[in-house]
Each structure stands twice: as structure tokens, then as C-alpha cells.
Design a protein around this ligand. Sequence first.
Ligand code: NAP
Length: 337
Amino acid sequence: MRRPHVFITRRIPETGVRLLQAACDVTAWDDDLPPSYDTLRAQAQDCDGLLALLTDRIDAALMDACPRLRVVSNMAVGFDNIDIAAATARGILVGNTPDVLTEATADLAFALLLAAARRIPEGVDVVRADRWQTWGPLLLLGRDVHHATLGIVGLGRIGQEMARRARGFSMRLLYADPTRKPAVEAELGIAHVPFEELLRQSDFISIHAPLTDGTRGLFGAQAFAQMKPAAILINTARGPIVQTDALIAALREGTIGGAALDVTDPEPLRADHPLVNLSNCIVVPHIGSATMQARGRMSELAARNILAGLHGALPPACVNPSAAGTGRQAQPRDYEI
Ligand code: NAP
């Protein structure tokens, strides 16, 4: 009997690769850039498990081009790149990597908040350009973070960690979320408010909601018009939650004070993109979970999801448990694991 075949769509930390290699034949896309959609389809055609990244579009056509595929594991917590309904309909289990990147991502979100509030990249530029002449009473004045109001959009795992960090800075905390979380409200001293109220009251707004039909384009001209003129928007969730053209206009016209973005629409942004060149906007290249520790844990959990799915068990982090025991998962296995 053959061993199961797993395709990994990029070079990832070794922990997960080694786990998979112990039980499976593993091939990997050996490049820093993602495979094109067609290349991925061709490379993955005979795989039983697919370890994918958020840069890979995994749709129904790809699933049909890979008839043996029983489990897809996204090395990310977001899974908007995967057609979950199509996977479930075919009995393909889908895993993701929540929790293990929560604090690393919240750390980056708070770092962006501080960097934008205190104009740190602009300060670095001044020194690098040899424009630092003296201590200046009006040089690079930023905004107080302490005691300011932070509005969190999406009080899930990462949103709650963001709130914890903000408490250490004595910030006043608000959140908007379709589900009220009374226990978290009590623990963190955070108040649930309607989205429009959050827009009106917050000095900083940090987005931590998933990209769904309900959040796509949530921040557009209408939302920016309701925000305080000095407010700073932080996005470490997904780029398309913010309407790029409306954000550029709001930053140029001073409708809002600034933005700090780990995620953008599109990704990547080229160096001549307006968002990259506005002094009141900070852009970093989608590095929310990019610590050695978090990426190692993501790699391991992504591999464990694959191994469980190949065994016909529920992945430890599964986004569509209803696929278990149905469709391809119900087929007899033609590999030994
Ligand atoms: P999570 O625990 O599922 O939290 C998401 C929260 O957003 C939930 O409380 C959810 O409410 C809420 N939500 C859903 N729709 C909303 C809406 N329209 N308005 C306000 N809140 C809404 O997810 P997480 O682990 O915190 O991750 C959040 C997102 O961060 C992920 O989906 C991913 O896209 C992104 N992320 C980015 C990076 C990065 O590298 N930059 C790293 C990790 C994660 P319900 O519980 O009611 O659904």
C-alpha cells in the first residue's frame, strides 16, 4: 500500500514538514513566491492532503482537479481563500491554525497603533535622511495613546488580546461585534456599542473581524465620515474589509488622521502605491503572525490537521466538522497511514 501524498504550497517552518514526512510522501513548492493557480492545480492533482497558505485560492474547480483530496489545512486562522461550502459538499475536511498566532498578531496590531500614534516611521526617516538638527518643540508631534479610546471591531481571540494590551496603556475600550460577550466585558472592562457609535467615539480603531460577505468593504467613505478627524485606523485582519480608494481619499483629505496596515487590498502593494507614500499611513507586508515561535506553532498545527484528516479523524482545528464521515472522507482509503 502506498503512503499518502501531501503537497505543501510553499517553504514553511520545518516542524510541520518533519511531522508530515514521518507518515507521508511530501512534496513542496520550493519557492518564496506562491505557485500560480494553474501550477497549484497541476502540482496538487494526486495529493490526499494539501497544506495551503492564504495566498492560495482553493476553489471547487481545484478540489475537482484533485480527486483524492480529503483534507486541506490552511496555515492561517483566516480561511477566506478556501471555498468552505464546496469542501464540505465533497467531504473534504478543512483545518486552520487559530490560537497559536493570536498573541503574536495582537502584538503587531498594538505595535502599529503605537507606531502610528507616535509617528515612529517618520522619525526613523528624519534621522536616516540626516534631517535631525536639534530637539524640536514642534517636531513630529503625535497623539497620546494612554487614556485614549480604542474601538475594537471583532472581539474574538485577537481582538480580546488587543484589548488586554490596551488596558496596560489605560485606554478606554469599546467594541462592536454581532455577538455580545458579557464575560469578556466584565473581565476587560470593555463596552459593547453599535458600530456607528464606535466610529464616532474612538481615537483608534483596530479591525479584528474575519473577511466575510458581512465585513467586505465595511470601512468606506460613510464610515470614515463618522470617525474623528484625528482617528487612526489599524487593520491586521484582511485588506478587503477596508475600501482602498475611500481610505486613500480619507487620508489625503484629512477625514481621518492616519492608518496603519498589515493587510491591504490588493496585496502586495508596489512602492509607488498611494498608501505607501502617504506620510499618515504605515504599511507593513502582512507580518501579523511573523514571529519564529508563532510560525513554528502554525506549521505544526497545520501538519496535525492534515494527519488527522488523513486518518479520517477530525483535525484539531477544523472549520467544517460536518464534512467528517461524508463524501471523500467516507471513501475507503487506498493508502496506509
Ligand atoms: P475570531 O476569534 O473568529 O474573531 C473574530 C471576531 O470577529 C468574532 O468575535 C466575530 O464574531 C467577529 N465578527 C464577525 N463579523 C463581524 C462584524 N461584521 N463586525 C464586527 N465583528 C465581527 O478570529 P481571530 O482568531 O481573532 O482572527 C480574526 C481575523 O484576523 C482572522 O479572520 C484573520 O483574517 C485575521 N488574521 C490576520 C493575521 C495577520 O497576519 N495579519 C493573523 C491572524 C489572523 P462572531 O463570534 O459572532 O462570529
